[in-house]
Design a protein around this ligand. Structure first.
Ligand SMILES: Nc1ncnc2c1ncn2[C@@H]1O[C@H](COP(=O)(O)OP(=O)(O)OP(=O)(O)O)[C@@H](O)[C@H]1O
Ligand SMILES: [Mg+2]
Length: 405
């Protein structure tokens, strides 16, 4: 059930939200909100906060932004959406101002149905993360044997294929497992053509397909039995054998699965398919840190810019992001600062092109396991891990997802 609070919405808007299945709507009129005795923050019950608050078009913009700021200061996890009074595309300066005030999204007065549905769905997914993990066994919540003090989900993405996502994710898992043995799980979320198992030379008995079944979704311990143990001291949830196996997987199933894993492991590393398929968007909903991989070619860099903009727009760009340039070479005709200018984010890690990476992958022994041959690639992966560590644990962070430079 998604709890939606609508502040100063038009009757038509309230009716539109109301008809969405699984949505419980409370609506407050402009008069109520503007009355002197009304204190919005105090009127919210911390025990049953809304998942999403729409601040409506009937209010003057300054007032709406002010409300956004106040809610965001007190309850930063509530999904805040501004509904513009104007129809058509929302002007960029309004979007920026709204995001600064803490809104995750701005909808035009004449938003299409799909857009509204996506926003409500995002709030539903977000609510699931905030709640205790949904796993139950025989009606009782499943208590993990040794829950990690704090779990961190790191997702590796890129708008393009073949840029090194799997190489980075697998080597990062090995590096992290050196410091945190048995506390790392690597998930192959490339649902169609995942190749983590082959990159690690594993022959899985179970795959992600089985980890998404209702019986696994109902029991964290069942999910754990679907994992394959790597000799370097970490677990892997391998991809399905058949590209068609996961055709029907929903974002909600992915969110549940990641939540389950994060009750068992300190680090959940997620390798994804190129582009932004639904599974990746769902993972980003519950991701603490995103590693964005680009190469030094113009098409990839432009794709990264568009992906970053889109994720920021829909509120799925985690505040903690690491822009990683892979396959870097000084013969590409682009410089690091050109990439930064085009993407609008600083490049955090540069990984040089090195033939050893491919050679190692072809043998199923990632470079991170070959200390002698490690060289610059291993150094860069260690720098990436250190960079993530320096970003602090999720609970130490004060800011939330949004904005691009
Ligand atoms: N720094 C590097 N130097 C040289 N080769 C690399 C480097 N990083 C990755 N590769 C090679 O590039 C190829 C693609 O890498 P990888 O499979 O990791 O990319 P991907 O983004 O996961 O691809 P896909 O989108 O198909 O899943 C592999 O052969 C890998 O060994
Ligand atoms: Mg891959």
């Amino acid at each position: 059930m998604t709890r939606a609070l609508i502040l100063a919405g038009t009757g038509e808007f309230v009716a539109r939200v109301n008809v969405h299945p699984g949505t419980q709507v409370v609506s407050l009129s402009r008069d109520t909100i503007e009355s002197e005795r009304f204190d919005l923050i105090r009127s919210l019950d911390p025990q049953s906060l809304p998942d999403i608050i729409f601040v409506g078009a009937a209010l003057p913009m300054e007032k709406a932004l002010d409300i956004g700021r106040k809610i965001d200061e007190t309850y930063p996890l509530i999904d805040l959406v501004l509904v513009d009074r104007r129809a058509g595309e929302v002007p960029a300066d309004t979007v920026v101002e709204a995001m600064r005030a803490g809104f995750r999204d701005v909808l035009p007065a004449d938003m299409v149905e799909d857009r509204l549905r996506d926003v409500l769905r995002r709030a539903e997914l977000h609510g699931l993360k905030a709640e205790a993990p949904p796993a139950v066994l025989g009606g009782k919540p499943v208590v993990p044997s040794q829950p990690p003090e704090e779990s961190r989900t790191i997702t590796v993405i890129s708008p393009k294929g073949g840029v090194g996502k799997t190489s980075i994710a697998t080597n990062m898992a090995i590096g992290l497992a050196e410091d945190f043995p048995s506390e790392v799980v690597l998930v192959d979320l490339d649902l169609q053509f995942g190749d983590v198992a082959s990159a690690l030379n594993l022959t899985p008995t179970h795959t992600i397909e089985e980890a998404l079944t209702p019986s696994a979704a109902a029991d964290n311990l069942v999910v754990k039995t679907m994992l394959t143990v790597h000799s370097a001291g970490f677990h892997v949830l391998c991809g399905a054998e058949s590209p068609a196996a996961n055709d029907e997987v929903t974002g909600l199933q992915i969110v549940r699965l990641i939540n389950q894993l994060s009750t068992q492991f300190r680090f959940v590393i997620i390798d994804t398919a190129g582009g932004l398929p639904e599974a990746t968007l769902a993972a980003l909903e519950v991701t603490d840190d995103v590693v964005i991989v680009s190469t030094m070619d113009v098409a990839c860099v432009r794709g990264v810019r568009r992906a970053v903009d889109m994720l920021a727009q829909i509120g799925l760009l985690p505040a903690s992001r690491v822009l990683t340039l892979n396959l870097a070479s000084n013969q590409s005709g682009m410089k690091v600062k050109d990439v930064e200018a085009a993407v609008g984010l600083p490049v955090d890690i540069v990984i040089a092109r090195s033939n050893d990476v491919q050679l190692a992958a072809n043998h199923g022994v990632p470079l991170m396991l070959n200390k002698k041959k490690g060289g610059p690639f291993v150094k860069s992966i260690r720098a990436l891990i250190t960079h993530l560590e320096n970003m602090g644990s999720p609970s130490q962070r004060t800011h939330k997802r949004l904005d691009v430079a």
